[in-house]
Write a protein of this length. Structure first.
Lengths: 184, 132
């Protein structure tokens, strides 16, 4: 009994100490939150792994529709160009101004992506916390986001010319406004 | 009126020149025109990087018209005509060439064939073509 009590007390004291240390760390402001101050390697690994596992777990139950319809490319292409290419680049473009200042740096989707279509869809719909990746779900239908996934699958194989053709909007097309309304 | 404005200006300049630093700078600059030129040119050179920003870094999706002339460079014989990319490129360029802006063949994504599939039909590799 005494042993249990002493263990319990010890744990309680430890908890208080850890909590107080954490609070002191947070309130001191000593941690540099700047995007130009990189994580240490262990912290970087931790955060990356957390993100990968979180996305994988939540995307596992998503049913992927058929994505080989060319109409999906015609819809997803212009949306990608307007909503995504500034951060995620395009064929023939290696950098952008905003990308250079983002941390974590957005993946170059014009190259191979490690994400499955279901994971791509989940990330597009829900975004990523504490990053520059927004959640497009509140403003876009699932169908529109699947069209973007269909385009993303093809993007690494597109030439710059094919990209330009597929992403151009013509007068009269349903356009897209940044920060615009949800499209149903 | 011009004389009054000139007098006012002279008074302002005189008031400013009461500050030693400004008086020195004033005297230094006007006393040697070559130095003045150097300062002006140097200031312009310093300001040049402000214009070094490449506007093309901002562009994205601003092409209004598909550049379908590029399709002439593509070797169509080597391309799979059933490839969704080629079909999409053809559809876009046909609409652009026909000038059919209002009735563009771009169907809204919610009208596309989006339907759930069983795990057996789950995402095939690129080489496979989907079957309904």
């Amino acid at each position: 009994m005494k042993t249990l009590q002493s263990w319990g007390l010890g744990l309680l004291v430890l908890g208080v100490v850890v909590g107080a240390s954490g609070a002191a760390f947070i309130y001191s402001g000593i941690y540099n939150i700047g995007a130009d101050d990189l994580h240490t390697r262990p912290v970087h690994w931790l955060v990356e792994k957390l993100r990968e596992r979180s996305v994988a777990m939540r995307a596992a139950s998503i049913k992927v529709p058929l994505l080989d319809d060319s109409d999906l490319l015609l819809s997803g292409g212009p949306d990608y160009a307007e909503m995504c290419s500034g951060c995620h680049l395009e064929p023939g473009v290696n950098r952008s101004e905003i990308r250079d200042g983002l941390y974590p740096q957005p993946p170059n989707l014009a190259e191979r992506s490690d994400l499955s279509p279901a994971e791509m869809f989940w990330v597009i719909k829900h975004g990523i916390k504490m990053s520059a990746m927004p959640a497009w779900g509140p403003t876009h239908t699932d169908e529109r986001m699947w069209a973007m996934v269909a385009f993303l699958k093809r993007l690494p194989d597109l030439t710059p010319d094919q990209y330009q053709i597929l992403t151009a909007r013509q007068p009269g097309d349903g356009g897209h406004q940044h920060g615009g309304d949800a499209h149903e | 009126m011009i004389d009054r404005d000139t007098n006012r200006l002279q008074k302002i300049v005189a008031a400013l020149l009461q500050y030693r630093g400004l008086a020195f700078a004033h005297e230094w600059l006007l006393g040697n025109r070559m130095k003045l030129r150097v300062v002006v040119i140097f200031s312009m050179v310093i300001a040049l990087p402000a214009f070094a920003h490449d506007p093309s870094m901002h562009k994205g999706g601003d092409a209004k018209t598909p550049d379908c002339e590029q399709t002439e460079k593509m070797d169509m014989g080597k391309m799979d005509k059933n490839d969704p990319v080629m079909k999409a490129v053809r559809a876009k360029c046909m609409a652009a060439m026909a000038g059919d802006h209002g009735g563009h063949d771009v169907k809204p994504a919610d009208k596309a064939a989006v339907k759930p599939v069983t795990p057996e039909m789950a995402m095939p590799p690129m080489q496979q073509t989907a079957s309904d």
